[in-house]
Ligand binder design. Sequence first.
Ligand code: NAP
Length: 493
Amino acid sequence: MATAARTTQICRNFINGQWVESRSGKTMERRNPANLDEVVAVVPLSTREEVREAIAAAKAAFPAWRDTPTPVRGKIIGKAAALLTEQKEEVARILTHEEGKIYKESLVEVQRAINIVEFMAGEGRRLGGQTLPSEMPNTFAYTIKQPLGVVGAITPWNFPVAIPFWKAAPALVTGNTMVMKPAEITPLTALKMAEIFAQAGLPPGVLNIVLGAGEDVGDELVQHPDVHAISFTGSNEVGGIIYAAGARKMKKCQCEMGGKNPLVILSDADLKLAVESAASGAFGSSGQRCTATSRVVVEEKIADQFVSMLVARAKEFTTGDGFDENVAVGPLVDENQIETVMRYLEIGKREAKLLLGGGRVTGGMHDRGLFISPTIFDHVKWDSTIAQEEIFGPVLSVIRVPDFEEALRVANSVKYGLSSSIYTNDSAKIHAFIDRIESGMTHVNSGTVWSEAHLPFGGMKGTGIGLREMGSIAVDFYTELKSVYIDYGARKQ
Ligand code: NAP
């Protein structure tokens, strides 16, 4: 069994290649959500002045980094991927200790980060524009991609390894410098990323991490005139604030936000597979995934059978410390998250039929941590609160529908549009679903959570605004396109 390093880390900011103690004098304690007696980190609540110092360092580092040949930048990013691979288990242990997800899932998250960084390293040799014909004689016309300058990244706690890496790697390989504000409750994984990039040879000032509260550190990044773009992942509430503030400053903003992902099961589906995907999609990572399966939309004629199989499978999801190999569901990340999920559970009990779970897990080690029992509601109405709002906990709503058309309508009936899935072997319905489902990513006969580094990641409707992340398209957010016309001389004076 993997174990965590049981020491409390005193966190410092990473500015201009140095580990710098915050001058704010204010700190918060981050506790292990599986055991609140354990202080994992003491985190500074940095000041706006400290953010400005990081921005100044990033600004000073920009010209030299911009002028570094792109393949050389790619090589440094590639070295970071190799170092992350070497340190995979250590980073996964930090992740489980800090955020709570089970160690097996932490390894998967770190591997995802490795895949993304490896892919982005390759962009160092691929980054290019287009050669186009010109209307003019003897004219060479083409486009080039150029970095923006200093960019800001604001990240959430739920994928505190993958998301910082998936923002930093495309930003840096394209020649930008970055100031990042990770979620204050998951600082260690972001600091580890800074350490890895420094070990890989990233020059001082190119990547800076400032720890602290969103309203101060995050807002300063959004407001500061020297930050040319903000890449944000988090809640819709905060995304709305950032997008509006960014628009007022004419800043490029990319906001990836919540999800309410449907898994549609038609009557010809392989129910065993569908049950497995529904359960792991809903309860994996304690339901704290933007791509979590939060709604099952099932055809009425197989609903009873599906539900009884689902409940039986869900009962096998043991809750506990993520370092215990027998555990499938770790704790929720903090007390705020517990409070939010408990509120939705009470709403759910009024709106639908509770089949399983519905509250905190108590007794033994559970009393020291933040555990919610995997929960299933049946006969959920498509327009009820628990079917419409992102809960972000191990809670699954089963919505029964008469046929495919109604399934599609219900699946599309939320403001979000991140991921989706359908289980059927009917090829006409598969293609109709792909064409008409309103989500940035969709799956056929596989769950809602899977994604690969070289494919774009992100949502439509209320989930995402701005360009997609991951895949080759990720570099487009971090670059400006310049059109070039060269008259190569044959024209008469
Ligand atoms: P959050 O509360 O919106 O926080 C995200 C980040 O924004 C944190 O670093 C936070 O700082 C910062 N922040 C808060 N207020 C701010 C402000 N006024 N100005 C600037 N920054 C501010 O989200 P979360 O609870 O960490 O993450 C969960 C959410 O992320 C869920 O909705 C989930 O679906 C979404 N998510 C989406 C994707 C995707 O790709 N679509 C991926 C993962 C997660 P603090 O440290 O102070 O909290």
